[in-house]
Design a binder for this molecule. Structure first.
Ligand code: EPU
Length: 336
């Protein structure tokens, strides 16, 4: 069922809580509705806005916003000790994790409490605590607005990378995700290697799905601001991937600098949160925008900030880190 709005205020539809307007917004739940739209009254300018958790509006949007709202989690089939599940794009990601944990299905428990909808998960390949959505995604289903067909992409075709996929690149502005198929396992496979996870899980009595979900949720709550109380879009910046020699030079000066292997063996991933923190920016603010005081990767709207003010502050953070460490960090958030 389509719901349509015109001249809509987006304040409650973006987790940064910036006030911008869109000329038109359509909530849809079936690909056939998109097909009718694109074959009969094709919009000149359009974009998808899902949960609005990874976006920063810096201006009003004069085109059409499409928001998937379809609900439903369906068990498609069982294959040995694995199951294939189809999830509609409008399902809250964390409701899916809660469903999997309640059904004793392993795979996405480390991705507990990530804000946003299922349809957005493949776009930036959401990840946390040693897991990424790509590890479980089997296929992504959606509407190709160029070919005007409903189609599916396999995991390999999605070209997933760190906070990256084909949906941010070649298919940006062309494809609309309507559902995701994920593979979960009946076999226990706890992933406790990241940070404090093992300790927090042990403190709750061991590696059950419920304990892992609780531990991860508590760790997130302790570091990341609640978007209902303080506008933000999670990590504002990506962790920079630099050449090994650059990381080694920095490590000679800062031996305690966190660093991780990158997909490319000649490169090293650094922690943007650490760089921002050590540049002295954690907890600082300019007007209504600031760096969160418990996780420096997160920029927050203390109330009433505009998107342009957030951008200006983000540039100040980028400049300061560059001056201090010679590293250029980049926004992870989608800036409109
Ligand atoms: N650190 C600091 N100060 C800070 C923040 C971090 O020194 O203010 C240090 C930490 O002590 C740690 C390192 O930096 O040694 C990494 O920090 P953390 O483990 O908190 O993770 P992150 O790299 O800052 C990434 C993801 C998060 C995800 C966590 C946990 C990105 C851009 N961010 O953050 O994802 O929850 O790992 O896996 O990759 C998100 O994408 O919105 C998000 C929150």
């Amino acid at each position: 069922m389509i719901r349509e709005f015109s001249e809509i205020n987006l304040l409650d539809r973006n987790s940064f809580h910036v006030e911008q307007r869109a000329a038109r917004l359509i909530e849809f739940d079936r690909w056939e509705e998109l097909h009718t739209l694109f074959t009969t009254q094709r919009p000149e300018r359009w974009m998808v806005l899902s949960g609005g958790n990874n976006i920063l509006f810096t201006q009003d949007y004069d085109g059409l916003i499409l928001t998937p709202v379809a609900q439903g989690i369906e068990l498609l089939r069982k294959e040995g000790d694995e199951v294939l599940v189809r999830v509609e794009a409008g399902v809250e990601w964390d409701d899916l994790v809660a469903w999997a944990v309640a059904h004793e299905l392993w795979g996405i428990e480390n991705l507990s409490l990530i804000p946003g909808k299922v349809g957005a998960a493949p776009v930036q390949n959401i990840g946390a605590y040693g897991c990424e959505a790509k590890d479980m995604i089997e296929r992504v289903l959606g509407y190709d607005t160029e070919l005007c067909t409903y189609t599916a992409l396999t995991r390999a075709e999605c070209a997933f990378g760190y906070r990256d996929s084909i949906f941010k690149r070649a298919l940006k502005g062309r494809w609309i995700i309507t559902a995701v198929e994920i593979r979960l396992s009946l076999r226990a496979n706890p992933q406790l290697g990241y940070g404090d996870v093992a300790r927090e899980v042990e403190a709750r009595g061991g590696a059950t799905l419920k304990n892992i979900r609780e531990a991860i949720s508590d760790i997130r709550r302790s570091k990341l601001p609640d978007t209902n109380l303080l506008g933000n879009a999670g990590s504002f910046f990506k962790n920079p991937v630099v050449e090994r020699s650059v990381a080694e030079q920095l490590l000679a000066t800062y031996p305690d600098m966190p660093h991780y292997p990158a997909a490319d063996p000649d490169c090293i991933k650094l922690a943007a949160g650490w760089l921002i923190d050590r540049a002295g920016l954690k907890g600082t603010r300019c007007g209504a925008v600031g760096v969160h005081d418990r996780q420096a990767l997160v920029l927050v709207n203390h109330g009433g900030a505009t998107g342009s003010e957030v951008i200006a502050f983000a540039h100040h953070v980028i400049r300061t880190v560059k001056e201090r460490f010679g590293i250029e960090i980049e926004p992870e958030v989608n800036i409109i």
